[in-house]
Design a protein around this ligand. Structure first.
Ligand code: PMT
Length: 400
């Protein structure tokens, strides 16, 4: 960290006291640190604490007499090589996601081009709220990186996901930004996402409720680890992730063809798409009038992309499957993992509130080919995706 210019933003959360440790350890490691605080943060920890630890003036207001620079919010933004907002409160995330610049911290971030890490901290019920998760999804979509909150007892006494990540993890994430840690650089990751549509005729199709959120989050996470990413996606309403090759398809047959044409050199394949298992045996080229429409449809199986890749797996390649199940995951997912010859299969019980199709959050269990299991608690799909990519990266490294 020696000589690195790190800008710390503190918003109003009890975890602000832990940020003092972050600043202290960054300075000890040789970084240049400047601190800016929201008004709420100054009520929880005195600016003087951060001034003493950073050995620099602390910025608390947008329109005060300049301490050091003429246009402080622009100068601070240009000075920073990286920024960390810790804690990032629910209110702060909402203001940032709304594009506001009504205090020194949001104004600096709006003017900044450097990478920004957000370390959310709040009560678990607040963290689960769709509004908070929507703000997180919006911010990560814009390139902000989120250090997912941990699980445990929070300041108000409740237990759950919402504790700010520990100072050591925050410093490790900052270090990774500077060392350009990109464990998947030079690797190709192919991901499927979204539903498929199996048309009966041009205006009618069979499909499922997948929105692509899980697969798109995986594509962004793989990109952030330095991979070249190909995202083969069924129809969704999501914005294409920046820096990812996106291949739109409609049917299972198109998805199969698109994957097979691109997965030959894939180091990691992840099947997050909800691919139709069956399609109508006959597809009409023109709309069938209601009076002539059949009341039953003859179906035929589609080709199983993941199973075919599993059967032809190259040495060193890592295959990650998903399994959308209802009920007992342990009874179903390991069998699916073996049948499709995956290295890792992500089981989600889609009957659980907040998990599976359409939600911004997911709760999953990871099943490994060697019999290990890992429960991943309910959190936003970006955080779940980051964790799955970490595990896939470790599997890849263990094969090298
Ligand atoms: O898109 P979201 O709204 O965010 O929802 C996410 C999700 C619930 C769709 C996702 O988390 C998920 O579980 N995806 C897999 C759903 C599924 O189709 O599971 P499955 O058990 O039917 O299939 C098992 C695996 O085989 C999957 O990796 C699937 O992509 C793959 N498969 C299935 C059939 C087929 N013909 N080809 C395949 O590759």
């Amino acid at each position: 960290m020696r000589g690195r210019r790190v800008l710390i933003g503190v918003s109003g959360g009890i975890a602000a006291y832990k940020t003092a440790e972050v600043v202290s350890n960054l300075v000890k490691a040789g970084a240049e640190v400047q601190v800016m605080m929201t008004e709420a943060a100054t009520r929880l920890v005195a600016p003087l604490t951060f001034q003493a630890l950073s050995q620099n003036p602390v910025y608390t207001t947008l329109l005060a007499e300049p301490k050091r620079y003429n246009v402080e919010h622009v100068a601070l933004a240009q000075w920073a090589e990286a920024a960390l907002i810790a804690p990032a409160s629910a209110n702060f995330l909402a203001r940032l996601a709304a594009g506001m610049a009504d205090d020194i911290v949001t104004a600096v971030l709006l003017a900044a081009d450097c990478p920004v890490l957000l370390a959310p901290a709040m009560n678990p019920a607040m963290w689960r709220k769709p509004s908070v998760q929507a703000n997180i999804a919006r911010l990560t979509g814009w390139g902000y990186r989120v250090v997912a909150p941990g699980s445990g007892r929070v300041a108000c006494g409740d237990t759950g996901v919402g504790r700010m990540a520990e100072p050591a993890e925050l410093i490790a994430r900052l270090e990774a930004l500077f060392t350009g840690e990109a464990p998947l650089r030079g690797r190709h990751v192919v991901i499927t996402a979204g539903p498929t549509r199996e048309h009966l005729d041009p205006v009618r199709f069979l499909s499922n409720p997948s929105t692509g959120k899980m697969g798109y989050a995986l594509a962004a996470a793989a990109r952030d680890l330095g991979a070249r990413v190909t995202l083969v996606t069924g129809p969704t309403y999501l914005a294409h992730p920046v820096g990812v090759e996106v291949v739109p398809v409609v049917s299972a047959a198109e998805m199969h063809a698109a994957v097979m044409a691109r997965a030959g050199d894939a180091d990691v394949f992840i099947g997050a798409a909800a691919v139709a298992d069956f399609r109508p045996k006959h597809q009409e080229g023109a709309k069938v009038p209601k009076a002539e429409a059949a009341t039953s449809v003859e179906l035929e199986p589609t080709r199983d992309i993941l199973a075919e890749l599993g059967a032809a797996k190259r040495p060193g390649q890592v295959l990650v499957g998903f399994a959308a199940e209802t009920g007992d995951l342990g009874a179903k997912v390991p069998a699916k993992l073996r049948r499709k010859q995956c290295d890792l299969c992500v089981g989600n019980d889609v009957t659980k509130a907040g998990a599976g199709f359409g939600h911004d959050t997911n709760e999953v269990v990871l099943y490994y080919a060697d019999g290990r299991e890992e429960a991943v608690p309910m959190q936003d799909k970006g955080a779940v995706a980051a964790l799955i990519m970490q595990r896939a990266t470790a599997l890849l490294a263990s094969r090298a």
